[in-house]
Design a protein around this ligand. Sequence first.
Ligand code: DX5
Ligand code: ZN
Length: 219
Amino acid sequence: MPLLAPSILSADFARLGEQVLAAEAAGADWIHVDVMDGRFVPNITMGFVVVEALRPLTRLPLDVHLMIVEPERYVERFVAAGADVVTVHAEATPHVHRALQLIRAAGAKAGLALNPATPLDWFEDVMGELDLALLMSVNPGFGGQRFIPRSLERLERLRALRDRLAPEVLIEVDGGVAPANAAELVRRGADVLVAGSAVFGGPATIAENLGALRDAARA
Ligand code: DX5
Ligand code: ZN
């Protein structure tokens, strides 16, 4: 069974605490927090204050996905704010290795994310510094985009790389995850599924949506 990490990007921000608690009650494993700076990606979202506000509210690990340039400048503050996992993008810093070391030194789990067009080799030489390998299955910046099919094949290759070099590293898939592709993603190697619109969007309740994702992932 994969870990399910609802992304609050698609939550109702006027009722954020309530919706995070609903996701927790419905069995979410992590809460995924998408931080965007309007520079690395064409969107601006949230920062330290949201992580700080959620920290005392939920017992779930806060999985902070930094879509910002020079993430190494902000790693320590996100950990101090309450992040349990901090993920940086390889494309956003000339100092991937240093950024990962900073995350661990600050006391959090270190994640590295790659965009859909970035070669998977980028993971290879830092596998030993990683707790989480995040495979983007859409272009980062927005919720509710369509899953890029090629990601399935990338996921299989990433799984082989991970199994060979660092079996303890978790593989997280982010973007366009829904009940329709959850089982396939698990079969091909996903350990953590991020889902925003599939959990917080649509007419059904958060509990129903998360339940549907869990059932699909288990199939
Ligand atoms: C996209 C973010 C995702 C986003 C996923 O840049 O990294 O975490 O919330 O949204 P869905 O699940 O709607 O594709
Ligand atoms: Zn994300």
